[in-house]
Design a binder for this molecule. Structure first.
Ligand code: PMT
Length: 399
């Protein structure tokens, strides 16, 4: 995917700039023609000479000092892809508001090529609403945001903000360049469910759960980035990658109906939604009033959507369930794999710090009938999505 492709590698000024050296080397190894662009702050962490030597191409560092009259437009126009690793809070802000105060941001603004940004910064900075708003703006404009991962940070801190590993950045570049139809999931239809269902008690109240849809949406985005045709059935109002077909639902019954309408055509079904197991048997037609006394709420089971999908599975279909477990997820996951007739089960211990519902990060154990047994650490949900889809691909190639 990268052979002969012209990739502008932007490096902004954070300690993770040292990892950009490895990104440069891996891109070159993959056959890309790499054009490094370093900001002034990046030069405080790494040298232009290192990138020039690895890329066999002069690293650019300034809008003004090179021989070209308009380096940003040349770089932007000729690029097949621009990747920025690391992308600092300043770089993301400047790009989001269109402030072309250095060669790298000017190049980002001057290109029509796809752009991948890989944020890296301290957790406090990453979680700042200003930074999150800039990232959301860039995502909405179609910029691919890869990471950050969670883990050890400079200075001994631990948390989200770590630059994703160089190999993952290069894989993301390849996947983005692959585009729909040519990635690792090209030709496959992927159905993803996300979010928590809401089971009404009366017209204004419901029984629900804390699922934000982040994990399911990350799966949908990653599957789309790998070339799949993706349908996402979700209760969450979150942005999704362009090209993903979105079906919004609210209750378990609506989700079941939507899933069964799409599952026959799907090659891979990923059930990341937290579907309610019970719902009120009777839904009051008008708002229940305190003055009328305590309502008697009788619960009934919701439809088991996965069981319905399994019952009508066709050969070649890969069914992946999730398991939200409290404590060691393995026993429950193994039981769900067997009882629900799944190919893979992705289990998360939702009692663990930073994992499961609502967090940007997760930690999963993947069990499969073909013997894949992945026990990953805490990582951002997009990285978890990558690991899950890798496991799906391994399973499909071994069965
Ligand atoms: O959305 P986030 O905030 O990012 O959080 C992600 C998550 C924690 C919700 C996700 O990672 C997760 O664990 N999803 C599954 C939650 C769940 O409902 O687990 P369960 O063990 O209760 O259900 C097992 C499987 O059966 C799930 O695939 C579920 O979608 C499915 N199910 C459950 C009930 C039901 N009536 N029908 C179903 O198909």
């Amino acid at each position: 995917m990268l052979e002969g492709r012209r990739v502008v590698l932007g490096v902004s000024g954070g300690i993770a700039a040292y990892k950009a050296i490895e990104v440069c080397r891996l891109l070159v190894d993959a056959g890309a023609v790499v054009r490094p662009v370093l900001t002034e702050a990046a030069l405080r962490f790494v040298t232009a000479t290192t990138f020039s030597a690895l890329a066999s191409e002069a690293a650019r560092t300034s809008l003004w000092d090179g021989p070209e009259p308009s380096p940003h437009t040349t770089l932007g126009r000729e690029a097949d892809l621009v990747v920025v690793a690391p992308a600092t809070a300043r770089l993301l802000a400047a790009y989001a508001v269109g402030l072309s105060d250095d060669l790298l941001v000017a190049t980002l603004l001057a290109t029509r090529a796809p752009v991948v940004v890989c944020p890296a910064m301290h957790t406090e900075m990453w979680e700042q609403p200003a930074v999150q708003a800039n990232v959301a703006t860039l995502r909405q404009r179609g910029v691919h945001v890869v990471g950050p991962a969670a883990g050890p940070l400079a200075g001994g801190d631990v948390g989200p903000g770590r630059l994703v590993e160089p190999a993952e950045i290069v894989a993301a570049c390849a996947s983005v360049l692959g585009g729909a139809g040519t990635g690792a999931l090209a030709g496959l239809r992927v159905l993803v469910t996300a979010g928590g269902t809401r089971e009404p008690l009366d017209p204004v109240r419901f029984l629900g759960n804390r699922s934000s849809g982040k994990q399911g949406h990350a799966l949908a985005d990653e599957a789309a980035a790998r070339g799949a045709r993706v349908t996402l059935i979700t209760t969450a109002e979150r942005p999704v990658a362009p090209g993903v077909e979105v079906v919004n639902v609210d209750t378990a019954a609506e989700m079941e109906q939507a899933v069964l309408a799409h599952s026959d055509a799907a090659d891979v079904v990923l059930m990341a939604a937290a579907v309610a197991d019970f719902r009120p048997r009777v839904v009051a037609p008008s708002k229940l009033r305190r003055a009328e006394g305590l309502p008697e709420v009788v619960l009934e089971p919701t439809p088991d959507i996965l069981a319905a999908v399994t019952a009508r599975r066709r050969p070649g279909q890969t069914l992946v369930g999730f398991a939200a477990e409290w404590g060691d997820p393995r026993p429950g996951a193994a039981e769900k794999l067997r009882a629900k007739g799944l190919d893979l089960v992705v289990a998360n211990d939702v009692s663990a710090p930073g994992a499961g519902f609502e967090h940007d990060t997760n930690a999963v154990t993947v069990l499969s009938t073909s013997g894949i047994d992945l026990n990953g650490g805490l990582d951002d949900k997009r990285a978890i999505a990558r690991a899950v889809l890798d496991a799906v691909l391994v399973h499909r190639s071994s069965s």
